[in-house]
Design a protein. Sequence first.
Length: 201
Amino acid sequence: MFGKRKKAHRAIDSYRVAKNREFFCISIEDALKIILPAIGRFEVYTAKQTYEVRSIVQELVYKRAIKEERELEERKSKEAIKKELEIKLIVAQENLKKLGEPPIKPQVSGKIEFLASMYDPLPFGWIAWATLIISFFNGKWPIFIISGIIIFFGFLANEKSKELESQYKRKIIPFDRAQEAVNKLYTELKNTEQQLNKKPR
């Protein structure tokens, strides 16, 4: 008897209020969860009515059964969610495939890119604009006209580049949205699988 008492005290020693006192800061339920496995088989000789061990053990068993039933229901619910996500993912992947090959971003030719840079002040366009302004005030009309033509074609090249970029964005939007839907469902499915594989505490 005293050996089991010693084992019980040792099991919950970390909850002792003071080293020289047999007072423990732990609930009876939590104490039983720790003590009973530690002492093994036991018999109750004397116990207060309020702290009757057998009734507490029965309560623990009942609570454990309720917890397991709840966990089983939660698992069934998560498995149903997983199946639903799997179906949605397949549908989303099929919708992405139906769109065909995604558009390739157009590459602007070096000539158009150079002309466009002559229209934008930075990084090189300021040269053309400065030449245009200086030649105007100095009356150097041939240089003024040439600079104006360069800037004009630069403007056209810049607008062409913007148009190609805009067309590409309009074409890629459905692909981006479909891919985003696939990625979102895939992430949700993986999270659900991780929850299902997580061992209950």
